[in-house]
Ligand binder design. Structure first.
Ligand SMILES: Cc1ncc(COP(=O)(O)O)c(C=O)c1O
Length: 395
């Protein structure tokens, strides 16, 4: 049953790009941008912005933009504004944090479910790596294996809150419990998970929670959220002249101030998708729950449609997942399928999608990976029908 309470038409009408007639099923690679975000970015430039710390109003405006952005991201993930580290994207921030957290002599536990951005920054610290494996048939990341992988030398466990290709939502809280019992830190990649439902980083047991605004209707900005007291204990490489306060200590160079104004507008947009009252955090939880219900109801149609086509192979069948499908079509490369669908006005992604270890474990990395079609809050039934019709034509 589709969720009739989700106001899909009003949500869609906020996104000017959707008027081009394409079915945007490529949200996992980056969402479209609603009008309030576009307006907030241009309003920041129109009003005049200066670098932070100056003695004039335009500089104060930038300071206010940064503070508002930290508060908004904290509301979105259930963190503390003073623990919100902002940067260009999750990959850059994770490299930065990894160098400050781990090194030779440490052990880190990584998973083959993860996007490479939560893998390579840790392997390249020189720490000893222990691997959590994925069941290649179900796409699940079994929790039990972590009891053997985590030990007294474990400095950190890095795991995703959702796979960017299979949609698998592993039991992060259970993994965190094992990590914390051993005194290890938990670095959770929330880049794919954040747009698909309510987030509570504390309930997940995340010491660090990484997210990227361009996956949830915002500009190309990344954030890592942590307890400010934990950030105080870390010493990243930094300029002698830049602030040593937290979270600024982790931020290099001059921020993209106008884009940060767009991030705040994106959080406000997500909070307002369904009518509600209460704090922004409360409205976000309600709105993102409604969006998740909407996505999963549509996804049931999408995945059943794909699974019943004899010429289609769908990868993974995880019990808890985001609305993300990864599949191949017999007789066609993933690129050919994506080009065929593009010709029908349907945008999907093809390739390994940087899920390097996972596509290796699935045995499809060297053959071009597969096709990814994902739903976000602004997708509707016609998007799903057009995808299924387009794939059916290849049978
Ligand atoms: C699950 C996941 N983690 C990390 C990343 C990297 O994020 P960014 O592009 O912000 O570096 C992505 C990007 O696609 C992703 O899907």
């Amino acid at each position: 049953m589709l969720d009739p309470t989700f106001p899909i038409e009003s949500v869609r009408s906020s996104y000017p790009a959707l008027a081009d007639g394409f079915a945007y099923l490529d949200g996992a690679a980056g969402t479209q941008t609603p009008r309030p975000v576009i307006d907030a970015v241009s309003a920041a430039y129109r009003a005049g912005i200066g670098n932070v710390g100056g003695a004039f109003p335009a500089s104060d405006r930038s300071g206010a933009i940064v503070a508002a952005c930290r508060a908004a991201v904290a509301d979105l993930v259930g963190g503390h504004p003073d623990g919100v580290v902002l940067g260009p994207n999750m990959t850059t921030l994770t490299y930065r944090l990894a160098r400050a957290i781990a090194g030779p002599g440490d052990e880190v536990v990584l998973s083959r479910l993860d996007h490479d951005a939560n893998v390579r920054p840790w392997t390249q610290t020189g720490a000893t790596v222990r691997w959590a494996e994925v069941d290649p048939v179900t796409g699940e990341l079994p929790v039990e294996q972590y009891a053997d992988l985590i030990g007294e030398r474990t400095r950190l466990v890095a795991v995703t809150a959702a796979s960017n290709i299979l949609g698998t939502r592993p039991d992060v809280a259970a993994i965190a419990e094992l990590a914390h019992r051993a005194g290890a830190l938990m670095y959770v990649d929330g880049v794919h998970a954040t747009p698909h439902g309510p987030v509570d980083m504390r309930a997940l047991g995340a010491d660090f929670y990484a997210t990227s605004a361009y996956k949830w209707s915002g500009p190309h900005i990344g954030a890592v959220v942590a307890d400010p007291a934990l950030l105080e204990t870390l010493r990243p490489d930094k300029l002698a002249s830049s602030p040593d306060t937290v979270p600024e200590r982790f931020e290099t160079g001059t921020a993209a101030f106008a884009d940060l104004a767009g991030v705040t507008a994106a959080v406000d947009h997500l909070a307002a998708m369904v009518p509600g009252t209460g704090t922004r955090r409360e409205r976000l939880l309600a709105s993102m729950s409604a969006a998740e219900e909407h996505e999963l109801a549509l996804f049931a149609v999408l995945i059943e449609g794909l699974e019943t086509m004899p010429h289609v192979t769908v990868y993974g069948k995880p019990a808890r997942r985001t609305a993300t499908a990864y599949f191949n079509v017999a007789g066609h490369t993933p690129r050919q399928v994506a080009e065929h669908l593009a010709g029908l006005g349907v945008n999907v992604w093809n390739g390994h999608n940087y899920a390097w270890e996972l596509t290796g474990a699935l045995g499809i990395r060297d053959s071009g990976g597969a096709v990814r079609a994902g739903l976000v809050h602004y997708n509707d039934r016609s998007d799903v029908d057009r995808l299924l019709d387009g794939v059916a034509r290849l049978g």
